[in-house]
Design a protein around this ligand. Structure first.
Ligand code: SF4
Ligand code: SF4
Ligand code: SF4
Length: 231
């Protein structure tokens, strides 16, 4: 079994709900709190397991904003595990989840330098490294209803941009979706074989610009927008 996330870049609206829910769950759940530094100050920061990057792709007016959520990819050949001198970083054989044993971690930062995905964050208060646990304390919790045994980031996403499942099973919903939508791993050339996959944005039709500025253009655009809203 190889559990992981599939993230649809076509529908992610960059709302950060997944990141906030992740922080909330992992602070109040069974893992240690995710530290905040100056939460009400001018430059708040802290430990987050999931961060959303925003990129502008293409040339205006045919440019597009791509919202790119990133958390630990639960790599098959995880560089963070290879370099860890204390054995605190490990990969579970039964489901492929990569974890950090907080009792063994000495906060040396080697794993965070080795991880090419920026998935690890040093908690300066505990002096240990932290990262996405794939919500291991939810997905195996027999006290939760079966439909709730999935990562909280997947559950809260209002755009249904996040899926969770077994990427080793060719018939799982995640594997089928990856095949259908030509999902891809991030930076496969590095050889760490990330489990998480991304579904590419669908190609948008270019906006015809030849009539821009001509009489009646604004009105036609407005009527088109109204039609789309009514639909
Ligand atoms: S909650 Fe969903 S739509 Fe919002 S940023 Fe996360 S993945 Fe994207
Ligand atoms: S994404 Fe980074 S922290 Fe996660 S398993 Fe891969 S190398 Fe390790
Ligand atoms: S799987 Fe859980 S720990 Fe990982 S990013 Fe999602 S909510 Fe956070």
């Amino acid at each position: 079994m190889r559990l992981g996330l599939v993230i649809d870049l076509d529908v992610c609206v960059g709302c950060h709900a997944c990141a906030v829910a992740c922080k909330q769950w992992n602070t109040s759940g069974t893992t240690a709190p995710l530290t905040d530094y100056q939460p009400y100050g001018a430059e708040p920061s802290g430990v987050w397991f999931n961060r959303i990057r925003h990129y502008e792709v293409g040339e205006y007016p045919n440019s597009k904003t791509i919202n790119f959520p990133m958390s630990c990819m639960h790599c098959e050949d995880a560089a963070c595990v290879t370099v860890c001198p204390t054995g605190a970083s490990y990969k579970r054989a039964e489901d492929g989840i990569v974890l950090v044993d907080q009792d063994k971690c000495m906060g040396c930062n080697l794993c965070s330098w080795a991880c090419p995905y920026g998935a690890r964050e040093l908690d300066r208060e505990s002096g240990t490294m932290k990262k996405c646990t794939l919500c291991i304390d939810r997905i195996y919790d027999q006290n939760l209803p079966i439909e709730d045994r999935q990562p909280v980031c997947v559950m809260v996403c209002p755009a249904h941009a996040r899926m969770f499942g077994d990427l080793d099973d060719p018939d799982s919903a995640v594997s089928l979706t990856v095949r259908e939508r030509e999902g891809y791993q991030l930076m496969p050339e590095l050889g760490y074989k990330p489990t998480n996959q991304y579904l590419p944005p669908r190609k948008a039709k270019p906006i015809p610009t030849e009539n821009m500025g001509k009489p009646g253009f604004k009105e036609r655009l407005k009527s088109l927008a109204n039609k789309i809203v009514k639909r």
